[in-house]
Design a protein around this ligand. Structure first.
Ligand SMILES: Cc1cc2nc3c(=O)[nH]c(=O)nc-3n(C[C@H](O)[C@H](O)[C@H](O)COP(=O)(O)O)c2cc1C
Length: 194
């Protein structure tokens, strides 16, 4: 059921030391390829990274869990693959909304295949471009980190307006989500819903 999958997927930042099958990575990219695209222009390209040395180099360009500076994956727990999403500037000058849709497709197919994922916008784009030898005309827009999950975050309620994820005493990550009634309005009625 799609709703249950979407509701239970959580961002995973710590991964097991187990490689991700090439076939699964290609399936993730294929799902992105087939996703909706504004005016069907399809300006995105994808680099799959799973080479052992490159994994470490890409890892060095990423910043994790901005609200929790001490909650970083160690080298042991680092992602076992990446899909780096590129914009082909020959097709469009900016990625528009396509990139969000593409990374969600990647994350959901990954989740369905038993993988955890983290979409990363906090990327040293210049450094990553050099590491991956990205040709001119292509530009990194987002990175999706992938691997088998080594953590089990849970959804929580937003309390006192605080949306920051937090760690409990057992090291479990809590991810506050705004209440349904706080985010949805009916027709022209913008009063608080009961
Ligand atoms: C566009 C985008 C960029 C993100 N960038 C980062 C990032 O740079 N580093 C990181 O650790 N998490 C990043 N995240 C993950 C969010 O922190 C995460 O989705 C959010 O805390 C909600 O948790 P959930 O995905 O488990 O629902 C990003 C998510 C999105 C959608």
């Amino acid at each position: 059921m799609i709703y249950e999958k979407i509701a239970s997927r959580r961002t995973i930042r710590k991964y097991e030391r187990k490689s991700v099958p090439e076939k699964v990575l290609m399936k993730c990219v294929d799902a992105a390829r087939l996703s909706p695209s504004g005016a069907n222009r399809q300006p995105l390209k994808y680099v799959v990274v799973n080479d052992q040395d490159l994994l470490k180099e890409v890892f060095s360009t990423l910043r994790w869990a901005g609200y929790l500076p001490d909650y970083q994956p160690s080298e042991e727990e680092m992602p076992r693959a990446y899909v780096v999403v590129l914009l082909d500037k020959g097709i469009r000058k900016n990625p528009g909304h396509d990139v969000g849709i593409a990374v969600m497709s990647i994350s959901m197919v990954a989740f369905d295949e038993g993988l955890g994922s983290c979409i990363l916008g906090a990327v040293d784009i210049e450094k990553l471009g050099k590491i991956l030898k990205i040709p001119s005309g292509l530009e990194v827009v987002l990175v999706v980190a992938l691997g088998y999950p080594a953590e089990n975050p849970v959804v929580d309620e937003v309390k006192d307006g605080d949306i920051k994820y937090w760690l409990d005493g057992n090291g479990v990550l809590h991810v506050p989500k705004r209440n349904l009634k706080d985010v949805v309005k009916r027709n022209r009625d913008y009063r608080l819903l009961k």
